[in-house]
Design a protein around this ligand. Structure first.
Ligand code: FDP
Length: 375
């Protein structure tokens, strides 16, 4: 039997049973989070709840501080009716609370829910708490007692968010000369088939983007710039988008690495996310250097990124919520345009193959052989 969906009445502060159940749910969520902190080395947890009274916030603060956790409150405050309505239609009607319900009915119920909240709501201004209050989607941000590095990064991240619809387009560079020989890294030119992809890309992008504005980001390496050279949009090069640095293994094939550095080859397979090439980088290092890219992506509207296998995996994993241990093993084929559309509860993905053959650069764990090529 399916659980009944909560109606606005459930959120009425005078409804004692509703208040009791909501408190119980919050306790369960906090217990879950504490378990994750202690058993799975969690660093930042998000307790998504309507902690809209001073008493409720103080209760959470006391509970967490006792466990050695530093709480930071984030309040999103909005009195712009158009924004509220847009948010309800866009976000709330597809929330798990309203699955399968008529969107107009769901919107009406949510308006009622807001009224119930308004009766008891006390905006955050508690001087002793750490908080960020975001007013009308970043028209104004008020912060209080931001003390640690992580907290300041969270504030910066929140300041960059917007709720406009947009898409992120991702593509690897066209097949390169090094891809043909199975060599890693380097700064080689496109192969003839890679060049065909560069010629076809404007048409693929035009079909996906239409007449909307777009900005193209590439790495500083020749293969991404050659791939993007016919795209009729503003272009920017980012060093942060350069391929994972393979250090002493740059220019080698997987087979050569296995022969010359067998222990490294094994260590990388055992933990590909953490393994750092001698004199080079790990996937974790790439994720860290991509932080400004992610921040800027959150601020921007339509962006197309032409980059490399490892970097693309990291950006894709961020939007598609792929766990760290799986992301370095994802297959991201050459000559394929990936369209990501971030939505409130998930990101929609479409893949458009260019139908231009290319070698595969995908290697399974334990093997030095690359997978079958793309037809
Ligand atoms: O982490 P793995 O799976 O080795 O993938 C990264 C490798 O992908 C390659 C291709 O094999 O990237 P690129 O997209 O730049 O061609 C290498 O240059 C790079 O070292």
């Amino acid at each position: 039997m399916e659980a009944a969906q909560p109606s606005a009445l459930f959120f009425d502060a005078h409804n004692e049973e509703g208040a009791r159940l909501r408190r119980q749910a919050a306790i369960r969520a906090i217990e879950d989070m504490l378990k994750w902190f202690s058993e799975e080395d969690g660093v930042v947890g998000i307790l998504d709840a309507t902690n809209s009274t001073k008493q409720r916030r103080q209760w959470i603060q006391d509970l967490l501080v006792k466990q050695g956790i530093e709480p930071m409150f984030v309040e999103s405050w909005c009195d712009d009716q158009e924004l509220i309505m847009h948010n309800i239609m866009d976000v709330k009607t597809c929330s798990p609370d309203y699955t399968g319900q008529d969107p107009d009915e769901a919107a009406k119920d949510f308006m009622e829910r807001i009224k119930k909240y308004e009766e008891v709501y006390e905006t955050i201004n508690d001087e002793s708490l750490t908080y960020a209050k975001i007013i009308n989607v970043n028209s104004q941000v008020i912060i209080n007692r931001i003390q640690s590095y992580v907290q300041s990064r969270i504030v910066y991240y929140l300041m960059n968010l917007h709720i406009k619809r947009r898409c992120i387009y991702l593509s690897r560079h066209g097949e390169s000369e090094f891809n043909l020989t199975g060599q890693l890294g380097g700064d080689s030119n496109l192969s003839p088939r890679g060049d065909l992809y560069a010629h076809k890309l404007p048409q693929l992008v035009k079909e996906a983007v239409g007449d909307q504005p777009l900005t193209v980001w590439t790495s500083t390496l020749k293969r991404t710039q050659q791939t993007a050279r016919f795209l009729p949009y503003r272009q920017m090069q980012w060093k942060a988008l350069d391929e994972l640095d393979a250090g002493v293994c740059d220019g080698m094939t997987y087979e050569e690495i296995k022969q010359e550095y067998p222990e490294d080859f094994e260590a990388r397979d055992a933990n590909k996310f953490e393994y750092r090439y001698r004199g080079g980088e790990s996937y974790r290092d790439v994720v860290a250097r991509l932080e400004p890219i992610i921040m800027e992506l959150e601020r921007q509207e339509n962006i197309m990124i032409v980059t490399h296998q490892a970097v693309l995996r990291c950006i894709y994993a961020y939007f598609m919520n792929v766990p760290q241990d799986r992301s370095p093993w994802m297959d991201v084929p050459l000559h394929t345009l990936i369209r990501l559309e971030p939505r409130p509860y998930s990101t929609l993905e479409t893949r458009v193959p260019a139908n231009i053959p290319a070698v595969s650069t995908y290697r399974e764990k334990g093997s030095t052989v690359l997978a079958a090529p793309t037809k």
